[in-house]
Design a protein around this ligand. Structure first.
Ligand code: IVH
Length: 667
């Protein structure tokens, strides 16, 4: 087999496995075997750049390169549908169609209405060539590179399946519930703002400048509409979509042809309940006249087709009494109003609290204590108050006003320009802020002091043992125990845990001190760049922005942190207690120039370290990891399964091959 043939075969097989896994949900090989095939293909492509292909399965991992989106005009405008909200409106639509078709028989194709963002994909000769967002319906953003990373979108259509030479297919990009929850958990951990619902998350992700981010977020896509000059003028929506499924697309679940209005209403009824078991968010049903000929006959209004309509599901809603509005203060000082209500059953759970988000949202609702309020669970996970039944209000009820002072410490609240939230500015002595910062400091990815937890911290704080993170290092067993001798064992553990945190490397200390917007990754970046707390403390906004991955918001936040004398004082104490305030000698001594000036290609599968680790090792030792073999390549770090053709090229160029063991000895 020639390399080119092998590349093509691997691409075909990998794409088939992708399809089995992401579209059919029926994988036929293990993840491990899949990865091996992928590595092999990556190697071959690296080695034979002349066979590069932007639709190769290897391209699904995305790239770090920044992209700004090109605006592209849609060949056919992307229309929206008019909405209906109840059975009568659906019947009206059905009757309008019937009249429009002058008594001719017709079928309705009923589909899920997906709640994501619409996309238009163009295929030529069976290959994805362009993906454009809806935009304003006339023109949208070219997001092809990002869309290529979505595994259920075929980059190449299944051969011999009879697709037209050129066509557009439209559908919805979605973030499945499971990916959405995972993403928000991660963001909560990093104190980044949460996405309100999967649609926002999908949209934020698809607009990301970095396709690698998109590749990691687990987006999915369902397609529902075909367009092109080559489709038969007398075709059908349902049958065309079934065909598209055979070319490799994921299409609407549970699509059905309905012959009567009762069948349509049954379909709506069925999915109103059953949709809760779907992996992605849906907010209604779409009804389309099935025959293209009949669609043309019915035509369009200025905004939407007359042959189709959307029916929107009612969000689940309950009515209950508002008893009190309380306020939560987070570790950053942000104050969130919370409605406390009589418990009520809603979408399978009992709800008694609902977020009111911020002062504006709360004021718009014009809440009074004792009001009967409507609570909904829509696309969002946290229930929200959507309205008030004003008929049930009596004149004696008190209007709810947003508080002016912090419910925890009494400080006057502030509102920063451009922000919706109110903040308690008293970060140095407001209890939930202090405790929140200490909890963050001890957390696993920070100092990892697992002998302490939220309750212990609360206890120590109440007893006046700790006021800030530096106090942890002065805790003694007798302080902790007080008069209670039963506590000795656990107290010893705490003290030991605190002590061993002195070995936690500098980059995690940078994360642990809790600079706003500085998550785990950013902490690593700035720690490696500035090498010591002292250097970081004196860095200017411009210095900080020189670090790859640090933008203005983060840079300003770091500078602001060190402008606060309290923080500087705490860092001084932590330094005195012996925390790692610079990159350790050991880390530095791992840094050598043994590979300085060397260009190294990594190829094959390794036993001792991953490819990424080898890349890091090369860089730590002053070398450069390059993609393809050339005359300038110093050597190839070769694992198992390095292809014969690659060997050949290395030999013909006189590039030496170094095994994993030899390499490790070398450094
Ligand atoms: S068909 C001309 N089918 O809902 C008809 N749309 O306002 C084009 N949507 O913008 C749309 N699921 O983003 C169609 N099964 C489905 C759909 C669907 C969701 C979205 C689409 C469109 C909006 C309609």
């Amino acid at each position: 087999m020639t390399p080119r043939e092998e590349i093509e075969q691997l691409r075909k097989e990998l794409e088939q496995h992708n399809y089995n896994y992401y579209v059919l949900n029926q994988p036929t090989i293990s993840d491990f075997d899949f990865d091996q095939m992928m590595y092999r293909l990556q190697d071959l492509e690296m080695f034979y750049p002349q066979f590069a292909d932007s639709n190769s399965p290897t391209q699904r991992v995305g790239s770090d390169l920044n992209q700004s989106f090109k605006t592209v005009a849609h060949k056919y405008p992307m229309l929206s549908l008019s909405n209906t909200y109840n059975e009568q409106e659906v019947r009206d639509f059905y009757n309008r169609v019937k009249e429009g078709l002058e008594g001719e028989d017709f079928e309705i194709c009923a589909e899920m209405k997906y709640d994501g963002l619409s996309i238009s994909l163009t295929y030529i000769d069976g290959e994805l060539v362009q993906a454009v967002t809806r935009g304003d319906g006339v023109k949208g953003d070219d997001v092809t590179a990002n869309v290529r990373t979505i595994r259920s979108i075929p980059l190449k259509l299944r051969e011999g399946s009879g697709y037209p030479r050129e066509f557009e297919i439209r559908g919805e990009i979605l973030m499945p519930w499971t990916s959405f929850e995972k993403l928000n958990e991660e963001r909560a951990r990093r104190e980044e703002p949460l996405f309100a619902n999967p649609r926002n998350a999908a949209s934020g992700t698809l607009k990301s400048q970095n396709s690698k981010v998109v590749a990691q977020r687990g987006l999915d896509a369902y397609l529902y509409y075909l367009l092109g000059d080559e489709f038969q003028a007398d075709g059908y929506q349902y049958e065309n979509l079934q065909e598209a499924a055979s070319w490799g697309f994921k299409i609407s679940q549970g699509m059905r042809k309905c012959r009567t209005i009762d069948e349509v209403l049954d379909f709506i009824d069925y999915w109103d309940k059953e949709r809760k078991n779907l992996p992605v968010a849906t907010d209604g049903i779409v009804l389309k006249v099935n025959s293209f000929r009949q669609q043309r006959h019915l035509g369009y209004t200025s905004k939407s087709p007359r042959w189709a309509i959307a029916y929107k599901f009612k969000a689940e809603r309950a009515c209950t009494r508002l008893n009190e509005v309380t306020y939560q203060v987070g570790r950053t000082g942000a104050v969130t109003p919370v409605a406390n209500m009589d418990p009520v059953q809603l979408a399978g759970t009992v709800v008694k609290r609902a977020s009111l988000h911020n002062a504006d949202v709360m004021n718009d609702l014009d809440l009074h204590i004792g009001d009967m309020v409507y609570v909904e669970k829509g696309g969002e996970i946290i229930p929200k108050v959507v309205g008030v039944d004003k008929n049930q209000r009596t004149p004696d009820m008190q209007k709810v006003e947003f508080i002016k002072t912090c419910p925890e410490c009494g400080a006057n609240l502030v509102r920063y320009e451009g922000e919706a939230a109110h903040y308690c500015p008293n970060d140095s002595s407001c209890p939930p802020q202090i405790k929140g910062r200490i909890e963050h400091f001890i957390s696993r990815k920070a100092m990892n002091i697992d002998s302490l937890g939220a309750e212990t911290i609360d206890d120590y704080y109440q007893r006046g043992l700790i006021h800030d993170i530096s106090d942890l290092y002065t805790l003694t067993v007798s302080d902790i125990c007080g008069t209670n001798k039963n506590r000795v064992k656990s107290a010893q553990k705490v003290v030991e845990g605190v002590k061993s945190s002195l070995n936690v490397p500098f980059e995690r200390v940078v994360f642990a001190i809790g600079i706003r917007f500085v998550g785990e990754t950013t902490a690593k970046l700035i720690a490696r760049h500035f090498q010591s707390m002292d250097a970081l403390r004196h860095a200017t906004v411009l210095d900080l922005m020189e670090v790859d991955g640090v933008g203005q918001v983060i840079a300003e936040s770091v500078v602001k942190f060190f402008q606060d004398d309290k923080n500087v004082e705490i860092i001084g104490k932590l330094t005195a207690h012996g925390l790692q305030m610079s990159v350790s000698e050991e880390q530095k001594s791992n840094q050598t120039d043994r590979l300085s000036g060397k260009s190294i290609v990594i190829s094959g599968v390794f036993q001792k370290h991953s490819r990424d680790e080898y890349k890091a090792i090369i860089e730590q030792n002053g070398g450069k990891n390059v993609g393809s073999i050339s005359k300038k390549t110093s050597f190839i770090l070769a694992g198992e399964n390095m292809g014969p053709s690659k060997l050949e090229k290395a030999q013909s160029l006189g590039v030496s091959i170094v095994s994993e063991e030899e390499f490790l000895k070398m450094i």
